[in-house]
Ligand binder design. Structure first.
Ligand SMILES: C[S@@+](CC[C@H](N)C(=O)[O-])C[C@H]1O[C@@H](n2cnc3c(N)ncnc32)[C@H](O)[C@@H]1O
Length: 503
C-alpha cells in the first residue's frame, strides 16, 4: 500500500523536480517528438534509447519516473538533493535494489492550459504495462490517459462553489476542478487511488480537495454540488471466473449498469443550475439504440446533452479492452478472454456498445429545456469546454424567446463557419450546400439555399426576421411560410454554434 504522503516530503520532491526542469516540454525535447508519441501508445523503448549516455537530473528522473526504469542509486542521490533517496522510499515512490533504485510508481509531468492560464503539474500514478512489462494488477491506479484528457477537455469553464469528482483515481479531474471551484470532494472505492490523489494535491501545492472513500454517491449522500465530473469505470466486463476486474475501468457490475447508476443518481447531487459531465459506454440491445437507453436513465427532470462519438460491434469492443489490459493478441489467454466477452454480449443480447459524453444540468427553476441525444463523430484536439458553454448559453437564451422574439434578434455567423457548394458538372445551381464548422465538434450541416442565404446574411446588423423577409422576396416565396420553416432551424444553428446572438 502506498504510504500516507507526508507534506514536507512532497514539498521536497516538488523542489527537486522543479530544479531538474522536470516538465512535459523538456522531456519531449529530451527524447524527441516521435518517442514521446510512442510513449503515449505504451512503447518506452525509443525514449529510453534517446536518453542513453545522459546522467543529468532531467534524464535520470525521466528514466525513473517518466519511463518506469531502474537507475543507479548514485544518480538518484544527485537528482534528488532535497528529498533524498530515503525520502522517496518513505513516500513509496521508489525501492532500493542493491546499487540501483527501482521505481514503485510513475510521476509524470502534465501540462495544460485553461481560462485561468497555463499549468504544469506532476502526476503520480501506478506503473503502467510498459514499466511492469506485463498485464496490470487489478488495483492499478491509472495515470492521465486518453479518457482523462477527453473529460478534462470537455469541462465547462464556468466557476462554482463546490465540485464532486466521482472515481477520482490519481486525482487529475479533482485538480482541474479545483481551478474553477473553492472546494472539491474526490471519491473512489480504491484507498490506494485516494492516496495518490492526496499525494498529487500536496505535490502540486493544491489545497481544497477532500478525499472520501466509498462507492458511487454513498460518500456524498445528501450533499449537492455545482459541478460533478466523472470518468467512471465504464468498461463493460464479463462477470466470469478468470476475467480480471480492473478497478480503474470496471465498476464490478454487469453490463453498463455502473454508468446507468452514475447517470440515474447524479441528479440528486446537483445544486440548482449545477452541471455534471461524464464519459460513458452504453449498450445497444437489438433494435433499442444506446442513446435511447441513456435517455431512459436520465429521466425527465434534467437538461441533457448526450453526444455519442462511436459505436463498436461486440468483437471490436472485446478486442479493444482485452488489449488495453495488456493481454497480447495471438496468445491463448487473449482468445479465452475474447470468448468470455462475446459470450457475455450474446447471452444478454448486446449488439453494440456506444461511447460518448454526457452533460446533465439541473434547471435553476422550472422544467428542463434541453434534450439532445445525438451522434457527433468530429472535433479536433482542442478544448470543447468553451464551445459547449457558449452553445448552452445560446440554447438558454433562445429557449426564453418565442418565434416572434427570435425573429427580432440580431445574429452573427460564427467565424469558423465556411460554406461548400457542390454542383453537378455544368449546372449553375448547386445540388448540395454544406455549412462547415472549423472548431467545436467540426459539424457539417446540409442546408437549402434559403438557410444558406440567411446564415450568409447574419453579420450582426439586421434582425433575423427582416433577413428572412428579404430572402422570401428574392426567392418569391411566402414570408410567413419561410419564417415558420427557418426559425426552428435557426434555433438548431444557435445550439450547435454555427451562429450566435450579436449582443
Ligand atoms: C477510469 S478511472 C478514472 C480516474 C480519473 N478520474 C481520470 O479521469 O483519469 C475510474 C476510477 O473509478 C474508481 N471506481 C471504480 N468503481 C467505483 C465505484 N463504484 N465508485 C466510485 N469509484 C469507483 C476506480 O477505482 C478508478 O479510480
Amino acid at each position: 500500500m502506498l504510504p500516507e504522503p507526508a507534506p514536507q516530503l512532497c514539498q521536497a520532491l516538488a523542489a527537486d523536480l522543479r530544479s531538474a526542469g522536470y516538465a512535459s516540454a523538456a522531456l519531449r525535447d529530451a527524447w524527441g517528438a516521435q518517442a514521446d508519441d510512442a510513449l503515449a501508445r505504451g512503447l518506452r523503448g525509443p525514449a529510453a534509447q534517446a536518453l542513453e549516455g545522459r546522467d543529468d537530473a532531467l534524464a535520470v528522473l525521466g528514466r525513473l519516473w517518466g519511463l518506469g526504469m531502474p537507475v543507479p542509486r548514485a544518480s538518484v542521490d544527485a537528482a534528488l538533493p532535497t528529498l533524498t533517496v530515503t525520502g522517496a522510499v518513505d513516500l513509496g515512490l521508489i525501492a532500493t535494489v542493491g546499487a540501483d533504485v527501482a521505481p514503485a510508481v510513475l510521476v509524470r509531468p502534465q501540462a495544460f492550459a485553461d481560462d485561468a492560464g497555463e499549468v504544469e503539474w506532476w502526476i503520480a500514478s501506478d506503473l503502467d504495462e510498459a514499466a511492469l512489462q506485463g498485464p496490470l494488477p487489478e488495483d492499478h491506479v491509472l495515470g492521465v490517459g486518453g479518457a482523462s484528457q477527453t473529460l478534462a477537455r470537455l469541462q465547462l469553464t464556468r466557476r462554482g462553489g463546490n465540485a464532486l469528482d466521482l472515481g477520482t483515481g490519481c486525482g487529475i479531474q479533482a485538480l482541474r476542478l479545483r481551478r474553477l471551484v473553492d472546494r472539491v470532494v474526490a471519491t473512489d472505492i480504491s484507498e490506494r487511488a485516494l492516496r495518490f490523489t492526496r499525494l498529487n494535491a500536496l505535490l502540486n501545492g493544491v489545497d481544497g480537495i477532500e478525499t472520501r472513500h466509498g462507492s458511487l454517491f454513498e460518500p456524498v449522500a445528501g450533499e449537492t454540488f455545482d459541478r460533478v465530473a466523472s470518468n467512471p469505470p465504464f468498461v463493460i466486463t464479463p462477470r466470469v471466473e478468470g476475467v480480471p476486474a480492473y478497478e480503474y475501468r470496471d465498476g464490478g457490475l454487469e453490463g453498463d449498469a455502473l454508468v446507468a447508476a452514475v447517470i440515474e443518481g447524479v441528479g440528486a447531487q446537483l445544486a440548482p443550475g449545477g452541471v455534471a459531465q461524464s464519459l460513458g459506454n452504453w449498450e445497444y440491445h437489438g433494435e433499442e439504440s444506446g442513446l435511447d437507453r441513456v435517455r431512459g436513465w436520465v429521466g425527465p427532470s434534467l437538461d441533457a446533452w448526450v453526444i455519442e462519438r462511436e459505436v463498436l460491434d461486440p468483437l471490436a469492443y472485446a478486442e479493444l479492452w482485452v488489449r488495453d489490459g495488456g493481454t497480447v493478441p495471438g496468445t491463448p489467454a487473449y482468445a479465452r478472454l475474447i470468448e468470455a466477452w462475446l459470450d457475455d454480449f450474446a447471452r444478454r443480447g448486446v449488439t453494440g456498445v456506444g461511447f460518448g459524453y454526457v452533460l446533465l444540468r439541473k434547471p435553476l427553476a422550472g422544467a428542463p429545456t434541453l434534450s439532445r441525444y445525438e451522434r457527433v463523430a468530429g472535433g479536433g484536439e482542442g478544448g470543447f469546454g468553451p464551445h459547449l458553454a457558449s452553445c448552452l448559453a445560446a440554447h438558454d437564451r433562445a429557449a426564453l424567446l418565442d418565434d416572434v422574439d427570435l425573429a427580432d434578434s440580431v445574429l452573427r455567423v460564427a467565424p469558423d463557419v465556411t460554406e461548400a457548394r457542390h454542383h453537378r458538372p455544368g449546372e449553375g445551381d448547386p445540388s448540395v450546400i454544406e455549412l462547415r464548422q472549423g472548431g467545436g465538434f467540426a459539424r457539417t450541416l446540409e442546408v437549402d439555399p434559403a438557410l444558406a442565404a440567411l446564415v450568409g446574411a447574419c453579420d450582426g446588423d439586421l434582425p433575423v426576421g427582416t433577413l428572412i423577409d428579404a430572402i422570401a422576396q428574392l426567392m418569391e416565396v411566402d414570408a410567413a411560410h419561410l419564417r415558420a420553416d427557418l426559425l426552428p432551424r435557426v434555433r438548431e444553428l444557435l445550439v450547435t454554434g454555427f451562429v450566435s446572438f450579436e449582443d
